[in-house]
Design a protein around this ligand. Structure first.
Ligand code: ADE
Length: 226
């Protein structure tokens, strides 16, 4: 899979993409992630990427030209399944969207800043707008990092234990069951006996039951399919 991230602050997103699962996936050739600095595509001397909003009002707006030049260049190199703008007013990101995006070949993630981007970019170049939650970040970079992380761990070979991504919280609208590791007793705090029984079917049933209990208690909205 190939992911292009378009930003005016490549340093902000560089580090989260250099560690752990994402780094290993890059090394294995499972994913290729390219950061592009929008400022490099500004044609004016000051390398300006934002300007005042027509009609007045507080806050700067990201200019159309550098973003259009960059997207046009990328589109001449490959065909994109989705060109995504990260914005608090996009559709709310969830595991289902992550699963969908993980099955795409090429995607662009465009990070906004200031008051947003010129609407014409959204109207003519963007295929989808995504928010990672109902709060406003100072830019789309952290959102792009979150989405990239969610996608990459789903790619075949992205994590060592193939089944593990499938048993994540949310994959079946259930939170994950509790997990334990050695020692089986610590300060007298014991793990549930069933986990030491060696009876896999019973353990799986117990895990499912705990996942349901946990979901009912903490996130009942997931069970009603909201
Ligand atoms: N940019 C600013 N806030 C954001 C959010 N909540 N999700 C995605 N991109 C954003």
């Amino acid at each position: 899979m190939h992911i292009d991230i378009l930003t005016i602050l490549p340093e902000l997103i560089d580090s989260p993409l250099k560690h752990s699962i994402i780094q290993r996936a890059k090394e294995k050739g499972i994913v290729e992630i390219c950061l592009h600095n929008i400022r490099d595509y500004s044609l004016n001397k000051q390398k300006q990427v934002d300007d005042y909003a027509f009609g007045g009002g507080a806050g700067m707006v990201m200019c159309i030209e550098p973003i259009d030049l960059l997207i046009t260049k990328l589109k001449s190199e490959r065909t994109y399944d989705e060109i995504i703008y990260l914005s608090p007013d996009g559709e709310r990101f969830c595991q289902k969207t992550a699963n969908y995006l993980a099955t795409r070949e090429n995607i662009i993630l465009l990070c906004g800043h200031y008051k947003g981007i010129d609407q014409r970019i959204r109207d003519h170049l963007i295929t989808r707008e995504i928010s990672i939650g109902d709060y406003v970040l100072s830019g789309g970079e952290l959102a792009a990092a979150v989405i990239t992380d969610c996608i990459v761990r789903l790619l075949p070979g992205g994590i060592s234990d193939e089944t593990s991504a499938l048993t994540d919280s949310f994959q079946d609208n259930l939170l994950a069951p509790p997990v334990y590791t050695r020692p089986a007793s610590y300060k007298g705090w014991k793990i549930p006996d069933i986990l030491l029984s060696g009876h896999q079917q019973k353990i799986d049933e117990w895990r499912h039951q705990k996942a349901e209990e946990r979901t009912r208690k903490l996130r009942p909205d997931l069970l009603s399919g909201d």
